[in-house]
Design a protein around this ligand. Structure first.
Ligand code: CP
Length: 321
């Protein structure tokens, strides 16, 4: 599906498969809408009955805690009926294809499919085959794309730093396997950013073609120096075939992890992000993850608001480019 096919003819959002191809006004509108759902710390997000009468089907063919739980909570807070398919007890285990699974749930009047899959192209494939009134939201696609994560990361950065234009944003860790980094970079390519730096251990480096405009920095200390935002990424052991090439946790933290010493190199007001789940004391020291500069729990809270905003956008059609 090309980028524009995410949008209806009137420019409103129908599917969210990738941030690529969206324009700045669409990104801003989604972030602004998410802000309307946020409440002061500890308060639940605002309720919105806009999904009353709709059914949201969560299809997670890969594990998830944050994305799945927040889509479920978001849909419930918006009065939808929510169907969480237990993939391991579903007929996919008996060999049913993903499209037959979709057609089955569509026949039960599912209106929105939230899909995570380890294979590239699955959200796109589903979006091409659903009925016109149905929307597909990508909740994590292989190492390709995680657009709602990208939006929640943009929202978190915006709430702390305001405009993106002058920021130095550094991403540290297993970028080669990261859909989170890809979607953040896609989003920043739209909003603009002062500098996006990427630094990864050998063997976990990204393909530069996937990150136009970003700067790949070999030395982690150089990458962190002066940064306004430092995001650490999980080492994705499940996607690494040659396990014998993996370092010990201690060695990884010392050589490539976000430690207190390294964080001292960043701007004094730098914030620390991590999409979760974390390997504590591997890619990020526990003291950093729990430290005063960490906004990791805010990312989670913002994720709920962002998913509410995206659900509202695809049923309401008021978020147009
Ligand atoms: N960040 C993220 O996608 O987390 P989950 O795998 O827990 O959903």
């Amino acid at each position: 599906m090309n980028d524009l096919q995410q949008l209806d003819a009137d420019g409103t959002l129908r599917h969210l498969l990738t941030l690529r191809g969206l324009d700045r006004s669409m990104i801003d509108a989604l972030l602004d809408k998410a802000e309307t759902y946020l409440r002061p710390t500890d308060a639940l997000p605002a309720r919105d009955g806009i999904l009353n009468g709709r059914t949201v089907a969560n299809l997670f063919f890969e594990p998830s805690t944050r994305t799945r739980a927040s889509f479920e909570l978001a849909a419930k807070r918006m009065s939808a009926d929510v169907l969480n398919l237990d993939v391991n007890m579903s007929s996919r285990i008996k060999g049913e294809s993903v499209l037959d699974t979709i057609y089955t749930l569509q026949a039960m009047r599912s209106d929105i499919f939230v899909v995570r899959d380890a294979s590239e192209g699955i959200p796109d494939l589903i979006a091409r085959h659903v009925e016109p009134h149905v929307s597909v939201l990508n909740a994590g696609e292989a190492a390709i794309s995680h657009p709602t994560q990208g939006l929640l990361d943009l929202l978190t950065i915006r709430r702390h730093k305001g405009a993106f234009d002058d920021l130095v944003i550094t991403v540290v860790g297993d970028i080669g396997h990261s859909r989170v980094a890809r979607s953040l970079a896609d989003g920043l390519a739209i909003t603009g950013v002062g500098e996006l730096r990427l630094t990864a251990p050998p063997g976990l480096t990204p393909d530069e073609a996937d990150y136009p405009g970003a700067v790949i920095v070999d030395d982690i200390d150089d990458a962190i120096r002066g940064a306004d935002v430092v995001m650490a990424l999980r080492i994705q052991r499940e996607r690494i075939r040659e396990k014998s090439s993996l370092m010990t946790s201690h060695e990884y933290l010392n050589r490539y992890g976000l430690t207190d010493e390294r964080l001292e190199l960043a701007d004094p007001d730098a914030i620390v992000m991590h999409p979760g789940p974390m390997n504590r004391d591997v890619e990020i020291a526990s003291s950093v993850a729990d430290g005063p500069r960490s906004v990791i729990e805010e990312q989670v809270a913002n994720g709920l608001a962002v998913r509410m905003a995206v659900l509202a956008a695809v049923v309401d059609g008021k978020v147009a480019s």
